[in-house]
Ligand binder design. Structure first.
Ligand SMILES: CSC[C@H]1O[C@@H](n2cnc3c(O)ncnc32)[C@H](O)[C@@H]1O
Ligand SMILES: [Zn+2]
Length: 428
């Protein structure tokens, strides 16, 4: 058995207490073996650092790094229709591979070990995730509006086929989901036909929902129901399902989510940048709804740094509730770790024997992390992705002393820059 000892650091435990101890990882099984005063074959120096569970980005479109800064300062509908979708229509498989690798490097460098991704050319994303050594739940994003019936059904079939083929890939680090894009971009008849097939395939369903009032109002007008009542009627919102955003939810919809056990992935930076609104996160937590955290794509954020996202979630949550005690540091650290991991069905997000050996070591030796009254507070409010010293997933070191070990970072950046340039040239 090959072992890795993460030694000499302080460790964030599942109850968010902090203990000075070592963590021993089994690199063959990819699990945490033990926590204590230990020894191992190989060592990763965590002295002066805080060992935390690897962060879990539960909603992104990782290859959208190619469109970072391409279209800013617009509301969701105009942004998608005038800029993003025309550019995405020009995407090739090679573009998605280059954009995905860039996004994964950015994630590794900011302590993220697992992600959920919805996009196009998903076999490229899967190959990139496998090469990165990360953990992911992946799905092809199906859109039926604007397509004739045959093309629409093809979209849904493609999403199911990807989910069936790739579930369990990369030695089980890749899991999949059926991913219709949203309640307004996929027609009712296609949900009625394909949701039962997804259930039969045994994969969860992930979609965007209740992101803007422009999306909620037409559903209420057309179906006479709130969007999540409509979704439940279509067979969505089972306990393994999870939606992104959930900004405009009424009390009945919050209760419905709690009753059914479906999860919500909060994307605060994207919701602020696109002026979509303020999600009722404290109300969701109070109702017992499972809440995770995601960056959304880099074109609406504009980075993939989960430390930024924790801070944004706490700040926006307080503003939304009109209460400074709402969405506190503990809650956002929980959302970015165990909350997101549970929604994605990964036994990660906690440093405990038996859990996945997914972790990051944060360097505490920095002016903005001094003094160290409360390290959970620092994670939520003061730490940055650039404070991450090492990143480990499945027991393998993905970054050591800020050197990414799984990709040639410079080559990835150059390839992505070239691809991005050519993509926007074709689109403009
Ligand atoms: C069909 S693949 C995913 C699809 O979603 C688009 N997208 C990116 N960000 C958002 C968002 O905040 N709401 C809705 N859709 C979004 C992305 O550009 C792809 O087209
Ligand atoms: Zn999204």
């Amino acid at each position: 058995m090959s072992e890795l000892l993460v030694s000499g650091g302080q460790v964030l435990r599942p109850d968010h207490s902090v203990e000075r101890t070592d963590v021993l990882l089994d690199q063959d099984s990819g699990e945490i073996i033990d926590i204590g005063d230990l020894s191992g074959d190989d060592e990763l120096d965590a002295a002066g650092g805080l060992v935390i569970p690897g962060l879990v980005n539960a909603h992104t479109h990782v290859a959208m790094t190619l469109l970072r800064g391409y279209a800013d300062d617009k509301q969701l509908d105009a942004w998608l229709q005038e800029d993003i979708w025309p550019a995405e229509a020009e995407l090739t498989a090679e573009d998605v591979r280059a954009g995905a690798e860039l996004g994964l490097v950015e994630m590794i460098k900011s302590g993220t070990t697992a992600l959920n991704d919805m996009y196009f050319f998903m076999s490229e994303v899967a190959d990139a995730v496998e090469a990165a050594g990360m953990r992911a739940r992946l799905g092809y994003g199906a859109i039926t509006i604007g397509n004739d019936d045959e093309a629409a059904r093809e979209e849904m079939r493609d999403s199911l086929a990807f989910a069936r083929e790739y579930d369990g890939a990369a030695d089980g680090r890749i899991r999949t989901a059926f991913m219709p894009h949203s309640l307004t971009t996929v027609g009712e008849e296609y949900y009625r036909e394909f949701v039962p097939e997804a259930r039969e395939a045994g994969v969860p369903i992930h979609l965007h929902a209740n992101e803007t009032t422009d999306e909620v109002d037409p559903i209420v007008d057309e179906h006479g129901q709130r969007p999540l009542a409509y979704a439940a009627d279509l067979g969505l919102l089972e306990s393994e399902d999870y939606l992104a955003h959930g900004v405009h939810l009424d009390d009945g919809e919050i209760d419905l989510l709690a009753e059914r056990g479906a999860g919500v992935v909060h994307c605060p930076a994207s919701n602020m940048k696109l002026a979509s609104g303020m999600a009722p996160i404290q109300d969701l937590l109070d109702a017992g709804v499972a809440v995770g955290l995601g960056t959304d794509g880099a074109a609406s954020n504009n980075d993939l740094d989960m430390f930024d996202e924790m801070r944004d979630a706490a700040m926006l949550g307080k503003l939304a509730a009109g209460d400074a005690s709402a969405v506190d540091a503990y809650s956002v650290v929980e959302m970015a770790t165990r909350g997101s991991a549970e929604i994605l069905g990964f036994d990660s997000g906690r440093i405990e024997p038996g859990a996945n050996a997914d972790l990051a070591v944060i360097d505490l030796d920095a002016p903005h992390l001094t003094p160290a009254h409360d390290l959970v507070s620092h994670l939520a409010y003061a730490a940055r992705g650039s404070d991450v010293r090492h990143t480990v997933c499945d027991g393998q070191v993905l970054m050591r002393d800020r050197e990414v070990t799984v990709f040639d970072e410079q080559a990835v950046r150059e390839r992505a820059s070239e691809r991005a340039q050519s993509l926007v040239g074709r689109a403009d």
